[in-house]
Write a protein that binds this ligand. Structure first.
Ligand code: SF4
Ligand code: SF4
Length: 101
């Protein structure tokens, strides 16, 4: 028990999460940017092939892997992992054919 607590405290927030955005799936709604309290994401100035300004990862080192952004995304354009492992709902979405399929 004590060992688990120590491990969590010693793991910097910055090392816990990883987020990727599929810019071609993104329709630029901005929900993920508004959702991320860590300010990891921002809207890009460039356009994707569909003419939308996609979200992009601007401060990856600040991602905790909470995956709220991925939950909010209506276009299943966000993939989040924590400590190198996909979040549970990412796997569920992939089984249904989401996330880059
Ligand atoms: S996983 Fe959490 S911290 Fe990381 S970008 Fe998404 S909302 Fe922000
Ligand atoms: S929530 Fe999804 S569709 Fe909306 S801006 Fe973010 S990545 Fe793009």
């Amino acid at each position: 028990m004590t060992e688990t607590v120590t491990t969590i405290r010693e793991t910097p927030l910055e090392k816990r999460g990883s987020v990727e955005i599929d810019a071609e799936r993104c329709k630029g709604c901005g929900l993920c940017v508004m959702t991320c309290g860590r300010r990891v994401l921002a809207m890009s100035q460039r356009l994707n092939s569909k003419g939308y300004n996609p979200a992009e990862v601007v401060q990856p080192e600040r991602c905790t892997g909470c995956a709220l952004c991925a939950l909010m995304c209506p276009d299943v354009a966000i993939r989040v992992s924590r400590s190198g492992k996909p979040r549970v709902f990412d796997r569920q979405r992939e089984e249904r054919g989401g996330n880059g399929k």
